[in-house]
Design a protein around this ligand. Structure first.
Ligand code: ASP
Length: 306
């Protein structure tokens, strides 16, 4: 464990950290009282976000933390200040943690290497890299819905290539013993190299057949050239999850989507609002997962960090 804890990706977490974060998320969802963490945290989001930013903020407030949201177009980064200098400035003012979302893959890992001691960093999504808090909340959400991923078949469909959610989720689900991990989508949205242990299905039907969990992904237009943008109607016809597909999956199959959802593109309203959807439950669990993450980050978890 480094001197100052950061949450950069799922791989850095030891099994004991994972178990503890999951158990604490579920306990908080069941009404356990959050710790008191007298710290200040700053949201530094270089990409748009609704769910992630607001749920980190709500989680921090539940812990009694002071939260500051920096509007990047009104901050010194718009005057050319590097993220490293912004971080050092905030640390000098006594800020305890920064939550960073950045369009550049790997930016949080690079930043972590040069942070002042004592300033914690939470990766809230870096380009197509990692989104560890999303993977943790997805796992907790499934568990709370009665699905232990061990031995289960999980299908992830859509823009896997650009998805940090897919990358973090596949890593975590495989580590937790998922029996089958399948991905599917148009060629241009599939990863160049198939992650170990992951198979690629040729069609949506094939991907969802006998699946216990289906995760749908948004097409990340912001990470591709406009010429490569798929046409929404033809995309929906081929890769959009509709209620008839659910009949191919295992009974009790649950549907995840990290949001924001594009109805009529990767998912129909019938599925998104239907009884098998966990989409709003994911949002709800996000607050508990992020509360547990803050407690862990600041050592309020029975395993004190400096
Ligand atoms: N909200 C997720 C993310 O930040 C997924 C998405 O944007 O499509 O990666």
């Amino acid at each position: 464990m480094p001197d100052t804890r950061h949450l950069l990706d799922i791989d850095q977490l030891q099994d004991s950290d994972l178990e503890q974060l999951l158990a604490r998320t579920l306990a908080l969802a069941d009404g356990a009282r959050p710790a008191v963490v007298p710290q200040t945290v700053v949201n530094l989001f270089f990409e748009p976000s609704t769910r992630t930013r607001v749920s980190f903020e709500l989680a921090a407030r539940r812990l009694g933390m002071t939260v500051i949201n920096i509007e990047l177009d009104r901050s010194s980064s718009s005057k050319g200040e590097s993220l490293e200098d912004t971080a050092a400035t905030l640390a000098a003012m006594g800020v305890g943690a920064i939550i960073v979302r950045h369009p550049e893959t790997g930016r949080c890992h690079r930043l972590a290497a040069g942070l002042p001691p004592g300033l914690r960093l939470l990766n809230a999504g870096d380009g197509s890299g990692h989104h560890p808090s999303q993977a943790l909340l997805d796992l907790a959400c499934l568990k709370r819905a009665g699905i232990d991923v061990r031995g289960r078949a999980i299908a992830i469909i859509g823009d896997v290539r650009h998805s940090r959610v897919a990358r973090s989720g596949l890593g975590l689900f495989s580590r937790c013993g998922a029996a089958e991990l399948r991905i599917a989508g148009p060629d241009s949205l599939m990863p160049e190299v198939l992650p170990q242990g992951v198979t690629r299905a040729a069609s949506l039907d094939e991907a969802v057949r006998d699946a216990d969990v289906i995760m749908m992904l948004r097409v990340q237009h912001e990470r591709m050239d406009q010429q490569a943008w798929p046409d929404p109607a033809s995309y929906h016809a081929r890769w959009g999850l509709q209620t008839n597909h659910l009949a191919l999956a295992r009974p009790g199959c649950r549907v995840l989507h990290p949001g924001p959802i594009n109805r009529g593109m990767e998912i129909s309203s019938g599925v998104a609002d239907g009884p098998q959807s966990l989409i709003l439950e994911q949002v709800r669990m996000g607050v508990y997962a992020r509360t547990a993450i803050f407690e862990w980050l600041f050592g309020q978890d029975g395993n004190p960090a400096p």
